[in-house]
Structures are given as C-alpha cells and as structure tokens.
Ligand binder design. Sequence first.
Ligand SMILES: [Zn+2]
Length: 429
Amino acid sequence: MSKILFSGGKVIDPVSGKIKKADVLVENGRIRAVGAKIQPGGAKVIDCRNRFLAPGFIDLHCHLREPGEEIKETFTSGLWSAFSSGFTQVCPMPNTSPAIDSEALIRFELEAADAAKAARIIPVGACTKNRQGKELAELGGMVQAGTRAISDDGNWVSDAGLMRRIMEYATAFNLTVMSHCEVPELVNGPADEGLVATRLGLRSSPAVAEAIAAMRDIMLAELTGCRLHICHVSSRLTVEVLRWGKARGVEVTAETCPHYFALTNAALDDFNPNLRVNPPLRSEADRKAIVRALADGTIDAIATDHAPHSPEEKEREFENAAPGIIGFETAFSLGYELLVRKRVLTLPELIARMSVVPAKILGVEPPAIVPEAEANLVVIDTELKWELTRARIFSRSANTPFLGRTMQAKVVATVLGENSYFDPEQIKL
Ligand SMILES: [Zn+2]
C-alpha cells in the first residue's frame, strides 16, 4: 500500500510529552504531511479517532534464535512477532549458534532480517569470540558492518582486565557495551535466594550476583569513559548501584523487562516453568524498587528479553526448564496496564522508554512523526481489551505465563518505511 492517511488520531511526541490531534499522511514509506484536515487524495484512509499514533518501538534486548535454533524462532517469525506488537527496530542478542562475533555474521543477520519485510534489526555483536570471555571478538569488522552495540549476553565477561579492554575498544568505536550482569560463582539455581526458594525447595541465586557485576562494570565504565548499558535489571540492590553510578556521572543506562514489574517469586508456588527467567523473579520489595526506578529514571528503558523456547525445553520441572519467556506481544500492554494506568508513567513517558530512549542508548536516530521522516510509527488503541491467545502470537514459540490473560491496550498497526502491519481484527483495509 503506497499511500495511507491516518485520520483523526492523537499524535504522541515522546520527547516533549505532548499529545496533539492530527492527520498523518504516509506515501511510499515516508511521512508526507502532519496536520489538520489533510485531504486523502486517493490514499487509503485509516480511521484513528480514539486512537493514538506514536513513534515505533525499539527493543534493546531480544533473542531471535537464528542461526542455530530455527525451531524456536527465525528472523521472519521473530521480526513479525515484534512488528505486529509495535516494534520497528530490535536488537537481537548474539548468543546464537554460532555466536554473532564477526563481520560476516553481522552481514548475514542484516540480510536475513531485511528479507522478513517487517521490523529491522540493530545489530549487536559479541564482545568476545564465541562469547567465551577469553579473546576479543572482531570488533572493527563488526562495526564496519553496522554493529551499534556489543554484548556477551547470557554470560558476564568475568575477566575484569578483558572487560576493561572491551570497553576501551568500545569507546574508540563509539559502541554501547550491554552487560548481562551475573557473577557466575554466585549463581546456584534458578530462583531468587531467600525464604520463598527455601520453602519451595528450589536452588537459588542471590541478588548480589547481579549487583556486584553491575558495580564492577560501572567502575570500569568510569575508568574507560565507555557507554555502558545494564541489561534486564531485576533487583533493588542493582537499582541502588545504578543510582550510585549515575550520581557519579558515569555514562551508564539500564533496562528492565515487563516481567520484573509484573511478577514476583510469589507466583512460583505452582512451579510453572514459564516463570523461569534469568535473572530470576524476585521479591515484592524488588518489584517495587524496579517500578520506582522506572518512575524516577534510574532505569531508563523497557526491553522485552523476548526468549522463545520449544515445548521440549520448557515443559520440564521448574529447575530444568530453559530460562526465558517470549515478550514482544505483551510488552506494551503490560506497560500500559501496570505503569500508565497505575500512574507510574504517563503514556508519552511509556512510549519514550520504549522508543526514543532506547535510540539514544544505541546512538541511533530517534523515530519521530514529522514531515519528510521515514514512516516509523504505531497506532495504539488504549481502550481495547483483548485476550492473549496462541493465534495472536506470531512467534514460533508460545512460552509465556501471560497466555490466556485479558490485556488492555493494543498496537493495532505498525508502519516502517514500506513495511506495514494492520491488525486484521481491528482495521479493515
Ligand atoms: Zn541476558
């Protein structure tokens, strides 16, 4: 569809926080006009009255499983899952098989992603060869190919001397280092260490495993001048460490994921393997600290950590289930329900934490609904109640504890350049 008029919607500018009623005309993948009473002139008209328009979302942290585990997800299925949920750009973590640690593999990713004709990827390369934490990966070549950030996600780079060198190179190449913070020697099991784990008889890991790792990396970022981003923050202690680092003026940012503000370990009573995530769900005090940190900006962004797994790997007893849940389909709705409706963030603030703030963290152009920009937008219905069913999930996997949940607020259309998605249940074309 080459010409579309989004008519009568409320356009959100997440930078100023302002919401303004306007028509938006998109032609050949670009925004041609934003304003009142734009004439369609042959454009397909989408009625956006009582709907919001906002810049497309950017996911800082997801797993698309290709190459190596196409049974769980592919670029096509994962990028459609993202796109149909409002994400126009996503950062696939390089912990694939093989790990994305070379220029050739970054180019492979970009080509495979492009063919999906949905969301785009912002490539993230590994810090070390095969993510083994021993030798630097081919950083120069990966930067040439378009890498914006590096991460050994799934592993923390334990060797402090090596991490220092990684950060020095990252500073020289203007890369963001994304750190999966977890001291491996402190990790003893899949639950948060404390009373709940003891009562349930689950092996556990303490929150300090995350906080100590974050503390070391913040200190190294200060030493090297590196832009550091802390992945999937799950604990109150790490929030305190972040506050300390930010107060020192270190260039550190952080993300959390919807499951860390939606759930706690109190839900583990029935040993649902879809509640096994890494880092683990923690206490209500941790959850509240995450919410407060989102409110005051200590945690900058919301990422999904979309982590598809096959039933074979997930439908096991809790301790042996693969860690991670899918997250694209539920991210915006959980944010709306638990942050906007509970007045933690305004709607423009929630959008910012999922779009322009991630862009800044990655050093890429922030999406904006302005004339002559590439079309990069979502249409949101905040009144819509919908049930998360398997049929509404584009991912190859369905490992989520939210299956069957009635959600409020939904992305009903996503446009990126010439790529578009319209929810067939909500928008009749
Ligand atoms: Zn991780």
